[in-house]
Design a protein around this ligand. Structure first.
Ligand SMILES: Cc1ncc(COP(=O)(O)O)c(C=O)c1O
Length: 322
């Protein structure tokens, strides 16, 4: 069960109630698990994944990390920070055009010393990561390629172990549901696998950020099984057993609308807690919508698993002030 991990970030992250917000909404008691506080260059969910991924990279003798993502990728920024902490070179393959002045996560990528390669599309990303790896190998380096979102068996296993962390903080029957942002799927897959492995009987609702539910369910079920392989436990779950809400995709990936704006402002103004514009703003907006629909009542207790991304706020000032 114990997988090699490097000492990265600060765990355990806190878990606490959002009492003023819960009163304001008049719905269930809302609690929050603060993976925005993992401490790695403004924190986030990829820190847990990178603890296992960097350990694997070092075990393989790697001297360079390569990964990819969107221009404001939180995963890329945390990978750059992890590389810096372990004295590794970092290459990021980012989707988009280089802006005149980098902001948000991209600014941090530069400060953290990452080498940035620009590609026009998601399709070009995986191919370019492999090309960069090949060029580095030819130059005598030992690159380690981390998949999009850090979502493979190791990355997802990190979130199965996060369930064990939470169950050391609160009794297993504390929550009636968990709500989490889901995109490349590794975080939700790990939570689902962890619930299965550690006997935590709770619905884990993924709010899809950019995929239709049927696509994400299949991916999450596959990654949960891969997390099980890493932890040497059989986790065979049917995609139908994975809970995904895809009603909050709005204008598409990283398009900030009223749902995200309202959630970000409300949580900031009632609790002093920041959400990010792309993932947790959308996921919390979805949570508020589900509460208003009556999915959970005042006697229920719902955990929002905060996955970080705060640095992205600074790249979305115009949309957030609209
Ligand atoms: C802040 C934040 N929340 C949630 C997610 C989604 O996590 P996953 O890709 O494991 O589904 C990401 C992924 O990039 C993220 O950056």
């Amino acid at each position: 069960m114990d997988v090699p991990q490097v000492d990265l970030g600060f765990l355990p992250t806190p878990v606490h109630p959002l009492s003023r917000l819960s009163r304001h909404l008049g719905g269930p008691e809302i609690w929050i698990k603060r993976d925005d506080q993992t401490g790695l260059a403004t924190g986030g969910n990829k820190t847990r994944k990178l603890r296992l991924l960097v350990a694997d990279a070092l075990a393989q003798g790697a001297d360079t990390l390569i990964t990819g993502g969107a221009i404001q990728s939180n995963h890329a920024r945390q990978t750059a920070a992890a590389a810096a902490q372990f004295g590794l070179e970092c290459h990021l393959v980012l989707r988009g055009q280089p802006p005149e002045i980098p902001t948000g996560n991209l600014l941090l990528d530069h400060l953290l010393g990452a080498h940035i390669h620009w590609v026009p599309s998601k399709e070009a990303m995986a191919r370019t990561m492999e090309e960069v790896a090949q060029q580095l190998r030819e130059a005598g380096k030992h690159p380690y390629v981390i998949p999009y979102g850090g979502s493979n068996g190791l990355g997802a296993a990190a979130y199965a172990l996060a369930v064990r962390e939470l169950l050391r903080q609160v009794p297993p029957d504390t929550f009636d549901a968990v709500v989490v942002a889901s995109s490349s799927g590794g975080t939700q897959a790990g939570l689902v696998a962890g619930a299965h492995i550690f006997g935590w009987d709770v619905p884990i609702v993924g709010i899809s950020v950019d995929e239709p539910a049927d696509v994400l369910r299949v991916r999450v079920a596959r990654l949960a099984a891969e997390a099980g392989d890493v932890l040497e436990v059989d986790v065979a779950l049917a995609p139908d057993a994975i809970l995904v809400e895809d009603r909050f995709l709005g204008g598409g990936y990283a398009v900030v609308g009223d749902l995200e704006r309202e959630a970000i402002r409300l949580v900031a103004r009632t609790e002093g807690v920041l959400l990010d514009p792309v993932y947790t703003g959308r996921a919390f907006g979805g949570l508020i919508h589900l509460i208003r629909e009556g999915r959970w009542g005042p006697r229920d207790r719902v955990l929002f698993w905060h996955t970080g991304g705060i640095a992205g706020l600074f790249a979305f000032a115009r949309e957030l002030m609209a």
